[in-house]
Design a protein. Structure first.
Ligand SMILES: Nc1ncnc2c1ncn2[C@@H]1O[C@H](COP(=O)(O)OP(=O)(O)OP(=O)(O)O)[C@@H](O)[C@H]1O
Length: 366
């Protein structure tokens, strides 16, 4: 990845009648990065991707790719190529002809086409399958053909619209790693749309999270998880406990807070969230809480509650703990490996929390 921007979107808007599908989107994508647009169904991510591809014109704003303003430039004249959700490969053509499709009628010699088809198939690990019929392929192979067909055009940017959603879970996970590896080795910018947080987290250099047409946060996966800017992002990416908190003091990048569970805890300000005012919201990830029979040592705060629910997930055990004065039960997740004590519904337990696990969140006006 370089520091050069390959795509620059400035104040991009898309309205369908009165409905604002994409609202004031400003976003720069870097050359060679794997970027994902993540968000719930209907948040506008596909519309944003389609505007980059040139399938839809923005109602307002500007998109430039590789330094060139894209207004009025047809999709087939853009340095982009798109892989669709339902990898639309032609059933009546064999693999080789499917992959070569975009190179036909362009005055390219047969020998060059054959070489580029062979190279593209090698990239997606389908070497030598040129003459295989499209209907004789598995779902994963078909998706690779769709990728090879896009890559053979040597786009500067590959656009991927939920490319793995038609595959079953195991194959999807395998393809996630393969596509990531392919993207790294080619150094092409990939822009993927997905509603699957795990997919976005495992594959991307950076993720842009969208809600209701707006880009809410852009960050690397680990930062998005550790420092979400608001409650929407925090609950869309993984699970999080939310507590109302009062800021009782504020200095040198720290907030002193009091919550229904603990008082006087000093936490770091969240650089992604402007938390001004006395009443904020804090978040704590379930896996960052300790749950114990005896009051645990070494924590910045401890409090008691009663187990209201236990769910066994295999790799971890998930507890819900009711705490006086807190509306929703607190979720605590314990890896099975460390899981030496079994708690049952109705047990009284202690919870331990480190101040570093308590994240200040922005409370957006709804
Ligand atoms: N051509 C269109 N005409 C009218 N409304 C549209 C059109 N295309 C999209 N929309 C609306 O714009 C909103 C955003 O759609 P978009 O497809 O971008 O969402 P998305 O986040 O990609 O969702 P999904 O994951 O379900 O595809 C939706 O409410 C959708 O109904």
């Amino acid at each position: 990845m370089t520091e050069t921007n390959i795509i620059e979107m400035t104040g991009v808007q898309k309205r369908f009648g009165k409905f604002m599908a994409v609202n004031d989107l400003t976003l720069n994508l870097r050359e060679g990065e794997f970027f994902s647009l993540l968000g719930p169904s209907g948040c506008g991510k596909t519309t944003a991707l389609r505007m980059i591809a040139g399938f839809q014109e923005p109602t307002k704003g500007q998109i430039s790719i590789d330094g060139q303003d894209m207004q009025g430039i047809a999709s087939n004249q853009r340095p982009t190529n798109m892989v669709f959700q339902s990898y639309a490969i032609f059933p009546h053509l064999n693999v080789g002809n499917n992959v070569a499709y975009g190179l036909r009628n362009r005055g390219i010699s047969k020998s060059e086409i054959d070489q580029r088809v062979a190279d593209a198939l090698e990239m997606v690990e389908l070497d030598g399958l040129q003459s295989r019929g499209a209907t004789e392929l598995s779902g994963g192979q078909r998706q690779r053909v769709a990728l090879a067909r896009a890559l053979i055009m040597r786009p500067k940017v590959l656009l991927l619209d939920e490319p793995l959603s038609a595959l079953d879970k195991k194959l999807r996970e395998q393809m996630q790693f393969e596509m990531r590896r392919l993207q790294r080795s080619l150094g092409i910018t990939f822009v993927m749309v997905t509603h699957d947080q795990y997919e976005a987290m495992t594959m991307s250099d950076r993720i842009g999270v969208m809600f209701e047409g707006k880009l809410v946060q852009v960050d690397e996966p680990a930062t998005l998880y550790a420092k979400p800017s608001n409650q929407d992002v925090a609950s869309f990416i993984g699970e999080m406990n939310f507590l109302p908190a009062q800021v009782t003091d504020e200095k040198d990048g720290s907030l002193v807070i009091s919550t229904p569970c603990f008082d006087g805890m000093k936490i770091e300000k969240n650089p992604n969230a402007t938390t001004s005012g006395a009443n904020i919201l804090v978040g704590i990830r379930p896996e960052q809480l300790e749950i114990a029979v005896e009051k645990p040592d070494g924590y910045d705060a401890t409090f008691q509650g009663i187990v209201s629910d236990v769910a066994f997930y295999g790799e971890n055990v998930h507890y819900h703990v009711r705490v006086d004065g807190v509306e929703k039960p607190i979720a605590a997740s314990v890896p099975n490996y460390f899981h030496t004590v079994d708690f049952r519904q109705g047990d009284t337990v202690w919870i331990g929390v480190h101040s570093a696990s308590v994240i200040a969140l922005r409370q957006d006006e709804k």
